[in-house]
Write a protein that binds this ligand. Structure first.
Ligand SMILES: Nc1ncnc2c1ncn2[C@@H]1O[C@H](COP(=O)(O)OP(=O)(O)OP(=O)(O)O)[C@@H](O)[C@H]1O
Ligand SMILES: [Mg+2]
Length: 303
C-alpha cells in the first residue's frame, strides 16, 4: 500500500490542479505548436516526460503539433558513418550525401522515436516530413554573400538548404480533426521533389502561422532568452516585439536564438497569439508554462 500524501502535500497538489482549470478552459480546442529542440532531447527520462506531457495536453482538449530539430543527432550519425561535415568559409554545406543522412536521421529514426514514445503513453502520433501532403514546399537558399577583408565579394553555395516558400497545412488539419498528434521533421521539398534541409525553428514558426496557433513554444536548452547568455539568472521574462530590434543591436540575441526570434516575430504578425522559449531540460516545463500562474521561461508578446 502506498502511503497517503501528507495533508500539506495534498493541499498543495489540489491547489496546483485547481489553478490549472482556467488555463485548461482557455486552451480547449486550441492548437499549440511545439518546437522540440534537439538540445532538449537528451536524457531518456526527459524524453519520456515530454511524451507524457504531450499526451496530457491532448487529453485536456489541446491540439498539439510537434516540430523537432536534431542537428546534433545528424552530426553524430555523420561521424558514425565516417563522413566529415563540410564547411566552406566557415559555413556548413549540405551536400547530397549529408542530405541523405539528414533525411534518414530526422525523417526516419528520430521522428519515429518521438512518435513511438507518444504512442506508448496513450497518444496517437503520426510522423511526417515536409514531403507528406506537400506540407513544406521550399526553394533552395540563394548562395550566401561573403565579403573578405579586402572587400572582395564571394558567393558560397550552402547546398541542399531551403527556405520555406509555402505551407500546405491540409494534412495537419486532417490529422488534428481526427485526434492525431502530428510530429513534423524539418525536411522541405522543392516543386521537383528534391529534399531540402530547412531550419526547424523556421518550420515551427511557419506551421504555427499557417494553423493560426494559439501558442508557439520553443523547448530548448537554456532557461529562456537571457540578457547574458552565460548567466542563467539573467532571464528576460517578457519580450515585446517592439523591443526585439534593440535586443538584437545590443547583441543579446545571437546564435540559435536568431532563427527563433525571427520565426516568432513572423508568426505573431500572422496571428499567433503568443510565443514562449522554455527550458526543455527542466522536467515538466511545458506543463508549468501552460498551466500555472507563474509560468517559466520567456514569453514573447506583440505589445
Ligand atoms: N540571449 C540568449 N539567451 C539564451 N540563449 C542564447 C542567447 N543567445 C544565443 N543563445 C544560444 O541559443 C542556444 C539555443 O539554440 P540551439 O540552436 O543551440 O538549440 P535548439 O534550437 O533548441 O536545438 P536544435 O537546434 O537542435 O533544434 C542556446 O544554447 C544558447 O547557446
Ligand atoms: Mg537550433
Amino acid at each position: 500500500m502506498t502511503a497517503r500524501p501528507k495533508i500539506v502535500d495534498a493541499g498543495l497538489r489540489a491547489k496546483i490542479l485547481s489553478e490549472a482549470l482556467p488555463y485548461i478552459r482557455a486552451f480547449n480546442g486550441k492548437t499549440i505548436v511545439i518546437k522540440y529542440g534537439g538540445s532538449a532531447q537528451v536524457a531518456s527520462d526527459l524524453k519520456e516526460g515530454f511524451a507524457q506531457d504531450i499526451v496530457l495536453l491532448k487529453y485536456v482538449g489541446i491540439r498539439p503539433v510537434i516540430v523537432h530539430g536534431g542537428g546534433e543527432q545528424v552530426s553524430d550519425m555523420m561521424e558514425k558513418l565516417g563522413k566529415d561535415p563540410k564547411f566552406v568559409d566557415g559555413l556548413r554545406v549540405t551536400d547530397p550525401e549529408t542530405m541523405e543522412v539528414v533525411e534518414m536521421v530526422l525523417g526516419g529514426r528520430l521522428n519515429k522515436e518521438i512518435v513511438a514514445r507518444i504512442n506508448k503513453h496513450g497518444g496517437s502520433a503520426v510522423g511526417l516530413t515536409g514531403k507528406d501532403g506537400r506540407l513544406m514546399q521550399a526553394v533552395k537558399k540563394k548562395p550566401k554573400r561573403l565579403v573578405d577583408v579586402e572587400g572582395r565579394e564571394k558567393l558560397v553555395d550552402l547546398g541542399l538548404v531551403g527556405d520555406i516558400e509555402k505551407i500546405d497545412s491540409r494534412i495537419l488539419e486532417i490529422l488534428l480533426a481526427n485526434d492525431f498528434i502530428p510530429v513534423v521533421a524539418p525536411v522541405g521539398v522543392t516543386a521537383d521533389g528534391v529534399s531540402l534541409n530547412v531550419n526547424a525553428d523556421t518550420a515551427a514558426g511557419s506551421i504555427a502561422a499557417a494553423l493560426r496557433a494559439a501558442r508557439l513554444i520553443y523547448l530548448t536548452d537554456v532557461p529562456g532568452l537571457l540578457k547574458d547568455e552565460k548567466d542563467d539568472d539573467s532571464l528576460i521574462s517578457t519580450v515585446r516585439l517592439s523591443e526585439v530590434d534593440d535586443l538584437r543591436e545590443a547583441g543579446v540575441i545571437s546564435g540559435g536564438m536568431i532563427p527563433k526570434i525571427e520565426s516568432v516575430t513572423q508568426a505573431i504578425y500572422t496571428g499567433v497569439e503568443k510565443a514562449h522559449f522554455i527550458d526543455g531540460r527542466v522536467p515538466r516545463s511545458l506543463l508549468l508554462e501552460l498551466f500555472t500562474d507563474e509560468g517559466i521561461g520567456t514569453e514573447i508578446i506583440q505589445s
